[in-house]
Design a binder for this molecule. Structure first.
Ligand code: ADP
Ligand code: ADP
Ligand code: MG
Length: 475
């Protein structure tokens, strides 16, 4: 059973089917027309939602039992990092495809994760423990910032998805933001703990995919760079990192394996690091699940991560060694969202996709779930499709990406495609030169010229509508 929706549900259903197992989808009412239901072998309606049934452990376990489910894959988001979910699966005699309860619990707590890593000698930026409540917390925070200087990062201990992180630049802001951060953390993550980290200025976000079996073997599958972010959320991800110092990248990967071992890690996971401008690297967190951007790693390693996740959860040994993992070429993934980049990335949910024509060809991979005639539910996130391209050289990969973005025709909702077209034409992106400040330092990416290719696309669309009137059965 796949306890998720959207593109990741489809991704996992495909792996289940390729392994010869029966796949079971779940869905809430707003997802009644969703593709994952149609592709899965069986589907269970779990309620009207929205979101609450996808988040209900009790409902999902009940649905799983009613369909004789052997194993559950949580995907990402929803219940994927809720330690109670693997616990409930275990109690129900169902295999959870992911790490055990204790690992998710400990690593989901950023302060606890930092403690485990500090004990294992993993490098990290200075930070505090959970801040005490009230004036005592302000005192600890002020002492920290006096020692390490502003700016500092105020983070929700149970945070995730780029939420619950605030940049603080002076004492006044600190006093003002601390209680707000705490109450927001409570509301968003049901945990009001916050702590402080020293800020790494203009870092690169470099992360390492790891895979561990139950027999003590842990391997890494190279690096990804996810520096291109908006509000601490990833938009574009590449593999491998463009850092030229391959010895440094090897050290980061080895450190990631060490970190995973320190946490008694099992199954697929991602160890995230920040790399500063002097090429020092610091542990940030471990994500205990398959990630959105896993596709770029699959493209450059040839290893099917979800297939491997399932086989490991069923108790098999890793079938490849570290030496078998060979990185080849470059891959770039762009998250195409139904959002209006010219209007502060306002979600475009509720709109119907009237034309959907996707690019294809060598080195192109699409992980999406929309089709022509599909109305995007307003109540879920706005990711429509992940466009992942592979190329032998970085230049070839960027050229392929530009071609695909130009060929893509999604009409109905506005999408982030025009914004990505600006990115592929940006000289710094073309050089592979970016860090987490990229969008702030490249404001021209948000400006659109009226592009003649847009005009010609419109002309083609009008001709197409005319043609369809004359030829009603044409596709
Ligand atoms: P989440 O759990 O939401 O993914 P992370 O701790 O992984 O949170 O941080 C998300 C992003 O926030 C990072 O990729 C980075 O851009 C920024 N960030 C987090 N901590 C720091 C820090 N100490 N210094 C600089 N940037 C940071
Ligand atoms: P299979 O189900 O085909 O036996 P495995 O369980 O052996 O696959 O491996 C899972 C994933 O790892 C697959 O995507 C496979 O292509 C990849 N893989 C398996 N063996 C190797 C190897 N020696 N080198 C690189 N990749 C491998
Ligand atoms: Mg993170």
């Amino acid at each position: 059973m796949v306890a998720n929706r959207g593109e990741i549900a489809l991704r996992i259903i495909r792996a289940i089917q390729e392994l010869g197992h029966t796949s079971v989808a779940i869905y809430e009412t707003p997802d009644s027309a969703a593709l994952h239901i149609r592709v899965a072998d069986e589907a269970v309606w779990i309620g009207n939602g929205p979101r609450k049934d996808y988040l209900s452990i009790e409902t999902i376990i009940k649905a799983a039992k009613s369909h004789g489910v052997d194993a559950i894959h949580p995907g990402y988001g929803f219940l994927a990092e809720n330690p109670d979910f693997p616990k409930a699966c275990e109690e129900a005699g169902i295999i959870f495809i992911g790490p055990p309860y204790e690992v998710i619990r400990d690593l989901g707590d950023k302060v606890m994760a930092r403690k485990i890593m500090a004990d294992a000698g993993i490098p990290m930026v200075p930070g505090t423990d959970n801040l005490p409540v009230g004036e005592e917390g302000v005192k600890v925070a002020l002492e920290f910032s006096a020692k390490y200087k502003y700016p500092i990062m105020l983070k929700a201990t149970a945070g995730g998805g780029g939420r619950g992180i605030r940049l603080i630049e002076n004492d006044g802001q600190l006093r003002e933001q601390l209680p707000l951060a705490r109450s927001e953390a409570k509301a968003a993550f049901n945990n009001d703990n916050v702590y402080i980290e020293k800020v790494v200025i203009k870092p690169k976000h470099v992360e390492v995919q790891i895979m561990a079996d139950k027999f003590g073997t842990t391997v890494h599958l190279g690096t990804r760079d996810c520096s291109i972010q908006r509000r601490n959320q990833k938009l574009v991800e590449i593999a491998p990192s463009m850092i030229e110092d391959t010895d440094l990248l090897d050290r980061i990967c080895e450190t990631a394996v060490q970190a995973a071992k320190a946490a008694n890690y099992f199954n697929a996971g991602t160890v995230e690091f920040l790399v500063d401008r002097d090429y020092n690297f610091y542990f940030m967190e471990i994500n205990t699940r398959i990630q959105v951007e896993h596709t770029v790693t699959e493209m450059i390693t040839g290893i099917d991560l979800v297939r491997t996740q399932i086989k490991l959860a069923l108790g098999m040994k890793l079938s490849f060694t570290q030496d078998d993992v060979k990185l080849r070429g470059h891959a770039i993934e762009m998250r195409i969202n139904a959002e209006d980049p010219q209007n502060n990335f306002m979600p475009e949910g509720g709109k119907t996709v009237s034309v959907y024509r996707s690019p294809g060809g060598y080195g192109v991979r699409l992980d999406g779930f929309v089709y022509q005639g599909f109305t995007i539910p307003e109540v879920y996130d706005s990711l429509l499709v992940k466009l992942t391209v592979f190329g032998f050289s970085w230049n070839e990969t960027v050229d392929r990406l530009r071609r695909c973005l130009r060929n893509y025709n999604i009409t109905g909702p506005k999408t982030t495609i025009p914004f990505y077209l600006n990115i592929v034409d940006d000289p710094d992106f073309q050089k592979g030169d970016f860090d987490t400040s990229y969008l702030d330092t490249h404001p021209h990416l948000f400006e659109y010229k009226v592009d003649s290719s847009e005009v010609s696309k419109l002309a083609k669309l009008i001709a197409e509508i005319h043609y369809k009137k004359e030829n009603p059965y044409a596709i």
